[in-house]
Design a protein. Sequence first.
Length: 494
Amino acid sequence: MRQFGQRLLVVALLIAGACLAVRLGAVRAQTRVPWGVYTVGWGDTLDAIAETYGTSAASIAQANGLAPGAPLAVGQRLVVPGPPLRAAAPSHWATHVVRAGETVITIACRYRVSPWQILVANHLKATSPLATGAKLLIPTKPYRPAPALPAPTPRPGQQVFRYAANVQLLGQEHRAVLQGIRGIGFDWLRQEVRWAAVEWPQGQYHWDELDRLVADASEAGVKILLQVGGFPPEDPPRQRDALTLTPEEMQRYADLLGRMADRYRGQVQAYEIWDPPNAAPTWGGNGVMPASDYVQLLTLAHAAIKAADARAIVVTAALIPTGSHNPREAIEPEAYLAQMYQAGAKGHFDAVGAQSWGYNNPPADDPTRSTADSTTFKGDWHLYFRSFELLYPVMQKYGDGAKQIWLVKFGWASSSAAVGGLEYAADNTEQEQALYLVEAYAIGLARPYVGLMAFWNFNFAPQVAANDIRAAYSIINRDNSARLAMETLAMMPK
């Protein structure tokens, strides 16, 4: 864990500093100087500088009278031989005229290329503003540009937008990950907590791990959304044939949330109430929890939390996107949400929890428009990132349009091979994963009814097996180094 902390701390410092969002070991943001002169920054090597300029380390060493492998000093100015990249633009490069409000990220999303390629090709610093009307070289093969992202809709004063990351920090070293979250410009985390990990056996509470996490997050300035789920502690565990908790178990769950909200008053800002009730996997294959039962649980938990911490935000369970309507298997999230309202849910939560998975589809795609090369995972609205949009009309119908949706889990898996039978991960390159995440945030930001977006996930890869699908969603690698998604999220305007 010490090695992990050291590596991630370096990433956080690089990202948070003046050279925001540097591509580690390859592309480096640099002072805007005339072509042929480079000012050495912290961590630079001849190989990295050479890759940035499309030349060789030997050529730079020869031009500056340096011996091979000679150390470089911060501030040292080097002559870089060779013409600029723009002097001989390949025929497969395109020219883009910058429009008002555009950034390198939004342009990269439109052309489906890496932001780093645009920066290097045009000799720009990562934080450089783009002048309207400026012409940029876009290194890309023949393409069909996606439509420009919509301009964000101005948000009413109370409708804020929160940038969050899903993490697994229980039993882990906290501070490096928290520094990494702040380093990419985010200030919220979502942590899943199992009921039996806090209370075991019944009536005995174990707070040490949560105490440490809450204290470290508070010190780092990171706000917390806790999702508390699972079944109550049982010894021995019993086979659950019922589709729900008993009334006594519901009250025990609410009591636990009340204790938690009292203990962490002002330090845990939000609570997500239990696991997704609209799909059978949560219930061990026993079917969907009746919406009326979930509303009973939600009502009890909401009351207990608000009694202990009136300012805490109560979020409903994040309904799983599914096109099925079989109470033994799953119910569409929009249909289940309607059932919740019909059972009296209104007034017993502050935000609607949701999750959306893009599979192998770009964020802006929908059943009527596909820009992906793949042919699988198409057709049903629930196979697209924008499936969360189906929930808001339900909220409006039942007079809850003033509330927001919290998109607590979303993301794209990227792997060089199919992971765990989920072949869509192999359809997404690491570059596409990075750009999809950024484009998804732009889409959410443009919808005032979206109040929080938490990408899945920050740091699972080092903690799970290589063939675990959670590793393919992570923005760090199994060796704790940053993936392109981490660096691109840091560049994303916020």
